[in-house]
Design a protein around this ligand. Structure first.
Ligand code: NDP
Length: 328
């Protein structure tokens, strides 16, 4: 049965003003889809790249990859979900900014009792990202000292807590004393306020000259060189985002001159490409949440119709922790 719902769409790339609240039809789900009546939507920096056109998709299109809600209808081929299930997803096709929508069922997991809709919308994409960064891209064992940029952000605050749970000393970076204090309170070992201190020098000091085996960098262009300067010989640069702009035009010789460094540019999609992989990563994430090793910080809530304001706040470094869109 078709239903009419409100959703955000863009017809062209640009600033926040291109976001339009429109009425759309949600058709009955196809064989391998479920219809989800959504309760909360997670906002992510990638939404801004999709809006601006840095990550181009055929227009017009919706926005958002992450949300939670209740299953309202199930396609005939779906085995692991039923009507009424509490569910969430963090890696769907574009279009999460909506009251209800159809999602491929292999992108959707059931929520454990202890995780609320708002928490799930705040943690699926961001928490699964920390899972693969810490458990797959560079498998932390405990005892390492690492550098993680934007430690007070959505992904960052989860990383601070996950690192602590693993016995890893996370050195974070942040732009203000308030953000630095928050990241430290949530488990970072040290946080460098980069508006006042030189990051590479401070990392050297904190590690007694040794520097770190891995840097996790979601800031991109502005931090590229500094990040390489913080790595020990044969260290790994994990460049996983572009908050300040993409990293372009790299001369590979720089990796040689700075000590035979490695670089990777991973995406969440590669790591949760099947339902089994997604469930395994989500189980690990939800396990830490239910053991209270990870407390979910929702720093900002906006209604669906204020999605443009929410994106402006995120792009303008005015947010801490996760930002969600709430739905009635
Ligand atoms: P955040 O909440 O971390 O927001 C971005 C933060 O980056 C800001 O708060 C700010 O923190 C910092 N920053 C530094 N320079 C800039 C700048 N010029 N403009 C804006 N922000 C800047 O966002 P998310 O948690 O949603 O995402 C963090 C990063 O992780 C993003 O780059 C995102 O694309 C990436 N990501 C990548 C994934 C992947 O699989 N590859 C998956 C998920 C996220 P401060 O003020 O402290 O500097």
């Amino acid at each position: 049965m078709e239903t009419q719902v409100k959703a955000i769409r863009i017809e062209k790339n640009g600033g926040p003003e291109v976001l339009k609240l429109v009425s759309v039809q949600v058709p009955a789900p196809q064989e391998n889809e479920v219809t989800i009546r959504q309760k909360a939507v997670g906002l992510n920096f990638i939404d801004i790249y999709c809006r601006s056109g840095l990550y181009a998709h055929p227009l017009p299109h919706g926005l958002g990859f992450e949300a939670s809600g209740v299953v309202e209808a199930v396609g005939s081929g779906v085995k692991h979900l039923k009507v009424g299930d509490r569910v969430a997803y963090g890696q769907s096709p574009l279009g999460a900014y909506a009251e209800a929508r159809n999602v491929p069922a292999d992108r959707v997991v059931k929520l454990p009792k202890g995780v609320s809709f708002e928490q799930a919308a705040a943690i699926m994409l961001k928490g699964l990202t920390v899972q693969y960064l810490f458990r797959q891209t560079y498998r932390l064992q405990g005892g390492e000292t690492i550098l993680f940029h934007a430690a007070a952000g959505g992904v960052g605050l989860i990383a601070c807590q996950w690192a602590k749970a693993l016995g890893v000393k996370l050195i974070g970076t942040a732009s203000t004393p308030e953000k630095a204090a928050l990241a430290k309170a949530q488990g970072a070992w040290e946080v460098i306020d980069y508006s006042r201190e030189n990051v590479a020098e401070r990392v050297k000091e904190l590690t007694n000259g040794k520097k770190v085996p891995v840097v996790y960098d979601g800031v991109g262009q502005d931090t590229w060189t500094t990040s390489l300067d913080c790595l020990e010989p044969r260290g790994l640069m994990v460049s996983f985002g572009n908050a300040s702009g993409p990293v372009n035009g790299i001369n590979l010789g720089v990796l040689a001159s700075k000590g035979s460094l490695f670089v990777t540019r991973p995406t969440l999609g590669t790591h949760v490409s099947t339902l089994a992989k997604m469930k395994a990563a989500a189980d690990e994430l939800f396990g830490l949440v239910s053991k209270k090793k990870i407390d979910i910080t929702i720093g900002q809530r906006f209604p669906l119709e204020a999605a443009a304001d929410a994106q402006e706040a995120l792009a303008g470094r005015k947010t801490v922790g996760a930002t969600i869109l709430t739905l009635d």
